[in-house]
Design a binder for this molecule. Structure first.
Ligand SMILES: [Zn+2]
Ligand SMILES: [Zn+2]
Length: 139
C-alpha cells in the first residue's frame, strides 16, 4: 500500500491536491475524446473514494472542459495538465489521472475501455486486462 494521503499536482506546480483514502478501480480509456485531450493513445485514471480528494493549492487555476454529454475534464490553466474527470451530476464521482500523482498511486489499471476507438498507431498491448468495446459498465 502507498502511504496516505497520496499527493499530486500539475506540471507547473501551481495546482496541488491530496487523496486521503486508497484509490478505487483504475483503468485505461481509449476513447477519441481522451486521445484528443491528452495527445496520446489512451488515458489512465483511477476513481477516488467519495470525499477523499482535496485541493491543497491552486484552486483558482483549475478550469474544466464540460462537454454536454460526459464527465467534466479538469485541468490547470497555467500549464494545461490534465487533473481529473468529474461526473456532471454526481460531484463525488471523480477519476484522477494517474500521471498527476507524485509517487505510486497504489492501484494498477485493471481494464481498458472504449477499445473500439483505439488509436491505429498503437496496438493494444497483450497485457491480459479486461477489455470493453465501449464504456466499462459501472459495477
Ligand atoms: Zn499547472
Ligand atoms: Zn476516454
Amino acid at each position: 500500500m502507498s502511504a496516505l494521503p497520496l499527493t499530486g499536482g500539475c506540471l507547473c506546480g501551481g495546482v496541488r491536491f491530496e487523496v486521503t483514502e486508497p484509490l478505487l478501480a483504475a483503468g485505461y480509456c481509449h476513447c477519441t475524446r481522451c486521445q484528443r485531450r491528452t495527445g496520446t493513445a489512451a488515458a489512465a485514471s483511477a476513481r477516488v473514494a467519495p470525499g477523499s480528494l482535496r485541493i491543497t493549492a491552486g484552486e483558482e487555476l483549475i478550469r474544466s472542459f464540460d462537454p454536454p454529454d460526459g464527465f467534466k475534464k479538469a485541468f490547470c490553466t497555467a500549464c494545461g495538465s490534465a487533473l481529473w474527470a468529474q461526473h456532471p451530476e454526481d460531484a463525488e464521482l471523480i477519476a484522477v489521472r494517474l500521471g498527476a500523482f507524485d509517487g505510486d498511486p497504489g492501484v494498477r489499471p485493471s481494464y481498458r475501455q472504449f477499445v473500439a476507438y483505439a488509436a491505429p498507431w498503437e496496438p493494444l498491448p497483450d497485457d491480459g486486462l479486461e477489455r470493453f468495446p465501449e464504456r466499462r459498465p459501472s459495477a
